[in-house]
Design a binder for this molecule. Structure first.
Ligand code: HEC
Ligand code: HEC
Ligand code: HEC
Ligand code: HEC
Ligand code: HEC
Ligand code: HEC
Ligand code: HEC
Ligand code: HEC
Ligand code: HEC
Length: 275
């Protein structure tokens, strides 16, 4: 248990570290030090704050000197390219509905991932992101796990798997938009809790090296032993052909023998992954 916690702390530190420095560089100089002005209000005050941007740049700097809050701007908003999203004569009106509005400039997540997160598929980008600016990196409406707990029951943190780690940042394991894996699990997230096979073995089995744990394992809800999708030789014949395997003289008489009697499914110290 202590091991899980230490590993997770490290992951969280890394996440915090990247969160702390990448937005600045990506946004170039998009963060301003505001002063005296109330913290940005996302629900009703966007238009009022816009005067800051639509007036001249001295105005921005004057205000910036008096406040300690960092503001992250969306590039087209900062560029006053309002019409890329709004119709010319009505700022409240959008030229397209979401997610198409966002996909005019951003990559379509549907093209990228097999599994799409509910609100992303539904086009509710602005349930998580502010389209103009935010005091949090990545234009988030709320910070860290709070954005997830806006819709997901906070009880999730107490649930079987999650109770095992000090959950701080959900996105260290889950991709907020989509993934190739069920439960939006990022590649490598299994190693937050399980032994990292690449540290343990000299040679890694193909799918393990690729991070495709789910090509053999179901998630933790599975009742089968070791949470396996298939049992015995069937699991291996999902990818290896029976003809090739049985054609190898070393495999004579293995009909009733489990492949894992000789081979380790994850890795080994030689290329044939012997136990
Ligand atoms: C990237 C697209 C995008 C750009 C660029 C953009 N907006 Fe918006 N704007 C939106 C969206 C989306 C909403 C609706 C917000 C929501 O549904 O939560 C919105 C809402 C608004 C509203 C209504 C107020 C509100 O809270 O709903 C005003 C006014 C507004 N924008 C003004 C502007 C101005 C002025 C600019 C240029 C400086 C601008 N917008 C640039 C996407 C954009
Ligand atoms: C007119 C083009 C345009 C549209 C439309 C647009 N964006 Fe952006 N967006 C950008 C640019 C440019 C950047 C900054 C460059 C970058 O990192 O990709 C950016 C950055 C972002 C970022 C931060 C990314 C980062 O790397 O820090 C988020 C989040 C984001 N946009 C969300 C949205 C959402 C949500 C919508 C739809 C409401 C939207 N965008 C619509 C152009 C656009
Ligand atoms: C459930 C909340 C949520 C929804 C809905 C959501 N995002 Fe995000 N988005 C995030 C989080 C969290 C991050 C920061 C990711 C990280 O730190 O790893 C992010 C990051 C981003 C980024 C910058 C990093 C990247 O992955 O490119 C862009 C651009 C972006 N989102 C666009 C969108 C668009 C477009 C939509 C709608 C189609 C959308 N998001 C819907 C939570 C969300
Ligand atoms: C706007 C509401 C909303 C927000 C915010 C939100 N989610 Fe979700 N999430 C959903 C919906 C809706 C589903 C689909 C529900 C389902 O299929 O059972 C879902 C599904 C999921 C699933 C997959 C569950 C499954 O059974 O496959 C995971 C994992 C998840 N969300 C994690 C997150 C994380 C992490 C965040 C924060 C970055 C987040 N969610 C923020 C609404 C939200
Ligand atoms: C938050 C910590 C955590 C994460 C992340 C995690 N697991 Fe687990 N896993 C556990 C715990 C605790 C158990 C033992 C309890 C159980 O059987 O459900 C377990 C059990 C298992 C087992 C069964 C082991 C046995 O001896 O029967 C397999 C297989 C497994 N996990 C695979 C995975 C895979 C694949 C991933 C990534 C998709 C993953 N785990 C991510 C905590 C985690
Ligand atoms: C090629 C199929 C396959 C892949 C891919 C795979 N596993 Fe396994 N895994 C197995 C089999 C089979 C067992 C049962 C072990 C046995 O029979 O000795 C197992 C057992 C386990 C166990 C419990 C026993 C142990 O060795 O600790 C864990 C935990 C586990 N796997 C995690 C993972 C993780 C994490 C990944 C991805 C990095 C992964 N597995 C990828 C087939 C696979
Ligand atoms: C250490 C990695 C890790 C972190 C951090 C994490 N999760 Fe998960 N989560 C998992 C794994 C693994 C599963 C798959 C559960 C299973 O195998 O049954 C999962 C499943 C889920 C599911 C779908 C299944 C369910 O129980 O409803 C949701 C929703 C979810 N997580 C939300 C969250 C939220 C919200 C946070 C942040 C508070 C979070 N997760 C943080 C590893 C993680
Ligand atoms: C998801 C697909 C997949 C599954 C399931 C799978 N394998 Fe593999 N296996 C591969 C890939 C890909 C390689 C790498 C092929 C290569 O490098 O020639 C590989 C390589 C191997 C090798 C090394 C071959 C060599 O020449 O170096 C052995 C041994 C092996 N697998 C045994 C097994 C066993 C035993 C099982 C069942 C527990 C299994 N595989 C299940 C995809 C899979
Ligand atoms: C009795 C032990 C044993 C069992 C059981 C066994 N293997 Fe092997 N396997 C070997 C040996 C020995 C080699 C050959 C190493 C060499 O060529 O030096 C090998 C090689 C392989 C290779 C790489 C060479 C090739 O033919 O492509 C694969 C893949 C493989 N085995 C898959 C499997 C699968 C799948 C099963 C289960 C159906 C299985 N093995 C069961 C001992 C075994």
């Amino acid at each position: 248990m202590q091991k899980y916690k230490n590993i997770l702390r490290l992951v969280i530190l890394l996440v915090l570290f990247t969160a702390a420095c990448s937005p600045e560089s990506r946004y170039k100089v998009l963060s301003f030090i505001f002063d005296g002005v109330p913290e940005p209000d996302f629900s009703d005050n966007i238009a009022a704050n816009d005067s800051v941007l639509t007036s001249d740049s001295t105005n921005i700097l004057n205000i910036a000197e008096n406040n300690k809050t960092k503001i992250f701007f969306h590039q087209p908003y900062l560029d006053k390219d309002c019409n890329s999203c709004h119709s010319n004569n009505n700022m409240g009106q959008k030229i397209k509905t979401q997610p198409e509005l966002c996909y005019t400039c951003h990559e379509n997540f549907e093209d990228e991932y097999a599994v799409i997160h509910g609100p992303v598929a539904g086009g509710y980008c602005t349930d998580c992101h502010d389209p103009h600016k935010s005091k949090f990196p990545e234009l988030m409406l709320r910070e860290g796990k709070d954005i997830c707990l806006k819709c997901h029951d906070p009880q999730i943190v107490e649930s079987d798997i999650h109770s095992l780690v000090e959950i701080n940042d959900c996105v260290s394991c889950h991709n907020p938009h989509g993934e190739e894996n069920p439960f939006l699990l990022k590649k490598g997230s299994c190693y937050v809790c399980h032994d990292n096979f690449s540290e343990k073995y000299k040679y890694l089995h193909g799918p393990v090296a690729g991070g495709f744990c789910n090509s053999c394992h179901d998630t933790h809800s599975s009742e089968s032993e070791y949470k396996l999708l298939l049992t015995g030789q069937k699991l291996c014949y999902k990818c290896h052909t029976e003809k090739a395997v049985l054609g190898n003289e070393n495999h004579e008489g293995i009909d009733d023998v489990n492949c894992t009697e000789c081979h380790n499914p994850h890795g080994g110290d030689d290329k044939y992954l012997f136990n």
